[in-house]
Design a protein around this ligand. Structure first.
Ligand code: PEP
Length: 254
């Protein structure tokens, strides 16, 4: 089953407007270095428009994504951002259920599920994050935790919708720590996720879903991850803030 690889940069709450423009322009200019890979930039919400206009000015096919949204289209939700607003700014993707959202802002699977459905209804591709903590891994609970998150976050999706989702497996202990999962550890969980997706839909649909790995991906560890059969790209935090590193990772998936 050939799946187009997808590498997304999660800038988190970093950069300023000038630096966001500069990084976007650099990635757009060098996009050809990883031509076979779908590339996505996910800036902070306030810079989505700047990044979008910079990509448009460069006539770039690099995708635009947000890092979060609410599941409501409009209304009295102070401080929140609605899916149609992201679409209005040219977003095609949205990261949902990132571990920082789950642990720092109390997002539970049911909320991620509602956001996933709202994103799909608005025409956005949700990048749905799952992953176990170090404690959970050490207690041999990785499979149970990840299964619960996948089933809870993706419950009730039609096969046609499920196929559009990108799942990001991000072991929490590997995020921002410099501790990357071994390719074998990652592959094992990616295969488990694909098996769960097959149960939620069919093996054919599951075979078309892209599953990214995230957690301290760098240019020097990306190639080994990319060789694994169920790793279809990367969700990149820290290393996405430098064009060289981001493109180095993308190239490894090309
Ligand atoms: C992330 O936050 O999605 C992530 C993978 O971060 P890092 O690459 O910095 O570990």
């Amino acid at each position: 089953m050939s799946r187009k690889k997808i590498v997304a940069g999660n800038w988190k709450m970093n950069l300023d407007r000038a630096k966001a423009k500069e990084l976007t322009a650099a990635v757009a200019a060098r996009r050809g270095e990883a031509a076979a890979v779908e590339l996505v930039l996910c800036p902070p919400a306030v810079y989505v428009e700047t990044v979008g206009t910079t990509l448009t000015a460069a006539k770039s096919d690099v995708g635009l994504g947000a890092q979060n949204m609410l599941d409501k289209a409009s209304g009295a939700f102070t401080g929140e951002v609605a899916p149609p607003m992201l679409v209005d700014l040219g977003c095609q993707y949205v990261i949902l259920g990132h571990s920082e959202r789950r642990t720092l802002f109390g997002e539970i699977d049911a909320a991620v599920n509602m956001k996933t459905k709202a994103a799909l209804a608005a025409g956005l591709v949700p990048i749905v994050c799952v992953g176990e903590t170090l404690e959970e891994r050490e207690a041999d609970r990785t499979a149970a935790v990840v299964s619960g998150q996948v089933q809870g976050s993706l419950a009730g999706l039609s096969p046609a919708d499920l196929e559009k989702v990108v799942v990001a497996y991000e072991p929490v202990w590997a995020i921002g720590t410099g501790k990357v999962a071994t390719p074998e550890q990652a592959q094992e969980v990616h295969a488990l996720i694909r098996g769960l997706l097959a149960k939620l839909s069919s093996p054919e649909v599951a075979g078309r879903v892209r599953i990214q790995y995230g957690g301290s991906v760098k240019p020097d560890n990306a190639a080994d991850l990319a060789r694994q059969p169920d790793i279809d790209g990367a969700l990149v935090g820290g290393a996405s803030l430098k064009a060289d590193d981001f493109l180095g990772i993308a190239k490894a998936f090309g």
